[in-house]
Design a protein around this ligand. Structure first.
Ligand code: NAD
Length: 433
């Protein structure tokens, strides 16, 4: 099987590497020349645990290739996976510019029958539109379009690809569905066959449901703070009920990243387009917007005003084990702190390079936690990196002007913090003052 993957971002690169690892010959195409050059040297353009050794192993085994020459790759392909970005546009709709360009690129190159598999997250009806585009652009070539939404999580993408809960294959044509199922069979993951529109919807519904769980527990946390309950205890007790499940019940300063924010907004728009007011999902989005500002609220309450205060931001990526800054809470928090005329000193173990391109230029970067905390009036923890969770709490006491922590990810046990002269505000738990 000659497989081509279009787009080598978090999804495309991981997909390409994983498909090569189970024995396929895979060519990854990207329009970004610099990225392709680095990948050819075995360097991953994204931070993702475990990806580089796997890349190198499969490149050395002559199963994994990288190119900017899409046309040649598409001509040789039996199956082409599209994994280009589908970011949200200003109105909240999915922007299909990259996807449609990829479709045109493929159409202008293919000369033999091929199956095109869409991994990118796309609104319901998009795969049928792709099918129509192909029929119009290359009527003489038979192209089957299959929807195969991706469920990996950044930070554990390799693990998720090899040990996912399900592989969803949405197709109109049974033979095309069977080919795609055969490609994935060596992963040993349950395969769920369905129609194209349901497959597209499964992806949005799954992300919207997970986002709902997060906003739900965050609202419970906000109530816990007022009634004197502890959200960690509440989540543990709720999670023991198998109908609820314990995952996605960690209270914090909300979800971010390249998927939940844009996919929830896109689904609300999909609903609005058919005159359905998805009130529940709109509330989930609104709760998250407010939650990202929770630490600022707490700090303003504590200090009165933040002008002239030196605030250490610990963690910039939207979650640990990734360098992805898309829709990270740090973007909101840094902007608001600067608007309040605070001085912002930031540290992240991995994401500072990417952060420097997207955070306001007034943000100062420190090369260690200690350096970030030096003489700070307060620390705000935005990402639960292990480096912060495992930090000796005496570091806050020794380095800061006043050891005041606003922990947006509940990194520390209250009884541990209580052993130090630290003022500690977290989410949904009693403050230590
Ligand atoms: P990304 O932005 O990290 O990567 C996209 C890549 O596609 C870039 O390298 C870009 O240069 C390349 N590209 C764009 N147009 C191209 C073209 N015409 N030809 C070749 N390459 C092209 O995107 P991502 O985060 O990997 O997401 C890809 C899709 O998967 C999106 O639809 C996203 O919603 C979905 N998804 C993402 C995740 C995630 O965790 N990142 C998880 C599940 C699903």
């Amino acid at each position: 099987m000659n497989i081509v993957v279009v787009g080598t971002g978090y999804v495309g690169l991981v997909t390409g590497v994983a498909l090569a690892h189970i024995g396929h010959r895979v060519t990854c195409v990207d329009v970004d020349k610099e990225k392709v050059e680095r990948m050819r040297q075995g360097i991953s353009p994204i931070y993702e645990p475990g990806i580089e050794p796997l890349m190198k192993e499969n490149m050395e085994a002559n199963r994994l290739f990288f190119t900017t020459d899409g046309a040649s790759a598409y001509q040789e392909a039996d199956v082409i996976y599209i994994a280009v970005g589908t970011p949200g546009n200003e109105d909240g709709f999915a922007d299909l510019t990259y996807l449609k360009q990829a479709v045109r690129d493929i159409a202008s190159a293919v000369t033999k029958d091929v199956i095109v598999v869409t991994k990118s997250t796309v609104p319901v009806g998009t795969n049928h539109e792709i099918q129509r585009m192909f029929k119009q652009l290359v009527p003489h070539v038979h192209i089957d379009v299959v929807s195969n939404p991706e469920f990996l999580r950044e930070g554990s993408a390799i693990h998720d690809t090899f040990h996912g809960d399900r592989i969803v294959i949405g197709a109109d044509d049974e033979r095309a569905a069977a080919v795609v199922a055969d490609i994935h069979r060596p992963f040993g993951i349950p395969i769920f066959h369905t129609d194209i529109r349901s497959a597209e919807m499964i992806k949005y519904a799954s992300n919207a449901f997970l986002a709902t769980k997060i906003s739900f527990i965050n609202e419970i946390a906000n109530i816990c703070e007022k009634v004197g309950a502890d959200v960690e205890q509440v989540a543990a007790g709720m999670g023991m009920d198998q109908r609820i499940g314990s995952s996605f019940l960690r209270a914090g300063i909300g979800y971010g990243g390249s998927c939940f924010p844009k996919d929830t907004k896109a689904l609300a728009k999909i609903a609005a387009n058919i005159d359905h007011d998805f009130e529940l999902l709109k509330a989930v989005i609104e709760v998250n917007n407010k939650q990202q500002r929770k630490l600022i609220e707490k700090a303003k309450k504590r200090f009165g005003h933040l002008a002239g205060k030196k605030i250490a931001l610990l963690g910039l990526s939207f979650k640990p084990n990734t360098d992805d800054m898309r829709e990270a809470a740090s973007l909101v928090v840094a902007r608001e702190l600067l608007a309040e005329q605070a001085t912002v000193v930031a540290y992240d173990p991995i994401a500072m390079g990417k952060a420097a391109h997207v955070l306001p230029k007034e943000v100062i970067y420190a090369s260690s936690v200690e350096e970030a905390l030096q003489d700070a009036d307060a620390a705000m923890i935005l990402t639960e990196w292990d480096e912060f969770r495992q930090l000796d709490l005496s570091v806050y006491v020794n380095e800061m002007k006043t050891p005041i922590i606003f922990d947006g990810r509940n990194c520390y046990a209250l009884h541990d913090v209580a052993r130090y002269p630290i003022e500690y505000y977290s989410i949904g738990r009693k403050p230590i003052t």
